[in-house]
Write a protein that binds this ligand. Structure first.
Ligand SMILES: Cc1ncc(C[n+]2csc(CCOP(=O)(O)OP(=O)(O)O)c2C)c(N)n1
Ligand SMILES: [Mg+2]
Length: 399
């Protein structure tokens, strides 16, 4: 029962380490009486059955371990706290520009990572902070990027919407609604071409699901049997527009027509894990598949949206009470007696401290040098030239 205490006490500089390395580290092994304990098999049922479109859905029974359960709790607690802290930093004007928070949707990232490897690729839209953490990014890189500092994952030049981590298969971080889906299919094309047995998860929202480019990309992916998994994170709103006002059919898992799909409880990390494992196997053999993750965002669309004009407070608090992804995992931990309530509370306190420490460290990092303004924009030596309006007068050769 001392599991969580020991997890927390061993995590002094957690903000410098990626999530995955934390949850699989020696600290957990020390928490149990024998090394076999933290990997002993626990069987859980998903909250609701999967619903399939043109495919038989996987089983609701999912295998896990104490180590995974505690890791899920911890990783989601870090994500939640990071987003809440980002909200405060924004209000204090330390984060500027666009900022879209992910709290409520954490189970999608955590469940997906549990089913795949860092050789698989992920690409997403602008709600990208927690996806980056899930891929192994650190709190320090995240807060630095949010505050436009040099130690950010995009050297402080991308900001909230442009987090990247290519060394573990994270390709951003995109602000144009839906545009990441064709790019994701391109990644899947490269994976098929190089025969490396990996897949791409291209994530998009329910609003983006109505975009034409998504269907064009899906058509090509299906023609070429690309290992592309289209993940529709259905949080039920595109900005302030409810799904039913924007979509004639909000059954997004069916919207691929000839491409099979699966509807998944995106608030249940184990359902997400099961669905992503299933989808990866399917996509490697057969080509694209759609996963609709039924999820919810607690914050408004972005920082300029209080999030309460187009939905009721009761709706938000109802989801928190009934479906919260962290509470679900907490209940499982308690029912399997892997930790006590107090240990979980202590772990949350420790997470808070790690987040605060990371923010303090990020504030120490300088802003990018002005000379960085034109770096990483054009590839050097490609002869990019800027002409005047008449297209004749050469104005500048860009670096
Ligand atoms: C092509 C394009 N059109 C419009 C916008 C403005 N816009 C930004 S986010 C958004 C809503 C997208 O909602 P959804 O796909 O459900 O994603 P969520 O924000 O819910 O995660 C819109 C319309 C944009 N960024 N790009
Ligand atoms: Mg949405």
């Amino acid at each position: 029962m001392a599991a969580l205490n020991q997890i927390t006490s061993s995590s002094r500089s957690r903000f410098l380490k990626p999530l995955a390395s934390f949850s699989s580290s020696q600290s957990l092994r020390r928490s149990f009486s024998s090394p076999a304990d933290d990997t002993s098999v626990i069987t859980v049922e998903t909250s609701v059955p999967f619903t399939g479109h043109k495919i038989d859905p996987p089983s609701r029974t999912v295998e896990t371990t104490p180590k995974e359960l505690l890791g899920f709790f911890r990783d989601m607690a870090v994500m939640r706290r990071m987003e809440i802290a980002a909200d405060s930093l924004y209000k204090a004007k330390l984060i500027r520009g666009f900022c879209h928070l992910y709290d409520g949707q954490e189970a999608v990232s955590v469940g997906m990572e549990a089913a795949i490897t860092k050789k698989d690729c992920i690409i997403t839209a602008y709600r990208d902070h927690c996806i980056f953490l899930g891929r192994g990014g650190t709190l320090l890189e995240s807060f630095s990027e949010l505050m436009g500092r040099q130690s950010g994952c995009s050297k402080g030049k991308g900001g909230s919407m442009h987090f990247y981590k290519k060394d573990s298969g994270f390709y951003g971080g995109h602000g144009i609604v839906g545009a990441q889906v064709p790019l994701g299919c391109g990644l899947a094309f490269a994976q098929k071409y190089s025969k490396d047995n990996t897949v791409t998860f291209a994530m998009y929202g329910d609003g983006a699901a109505n975009q034409g480019q998504l269907f064009e990309a899906l058509n090509m992916a299906a023609l070429l049997d690309l290992p592309a998994i289209l993940v529709c994170e259905n949080n039920h709103y595109g900005m302030g527009t409810a799904e039913w006002r924007a979509a004639k059919s909000p059954a997004y898992y069916k919207r691929g027509d000839y491409v099979p799909g699966l509807k998944v409880d995106g608030m249940d990390a184990f359902a997400v894990k099961q669905a992503c494992k299933f989808a990866k196997e399917y996509a490697l053999q057969n080509g694209p598949i759609i996963l609709e993750m039924d999820t919810y965002r607690y914050h408004g669309h972005s920082m300029s949206d209080p999030g309460s004009t187009y939905r009721t407070r009761d709706e938000i608090s109802g989801v928190r009470q009934e479906r919260d992804p962290i509470e679900r995992i907490k209940k499982l931990i308690l029912s399997h007696e892997l930790a006590t309530e107090k240990e979980l509370k202590d772990a949350e306190k420790e997470v808070r401290k790690e987040v605060d420490d990371a923010i303090a460290q990020a504030k120490e990092s300088p802003m990018p040098d002005p000379s960085e303004l034109f770096t990483n924009v054009y590839l050097k030596g490609f002869g990019v030239e800027a002409f005047g309006a008449d297209r004749k007068h050469l104005k500048a050769v860009l670096p």
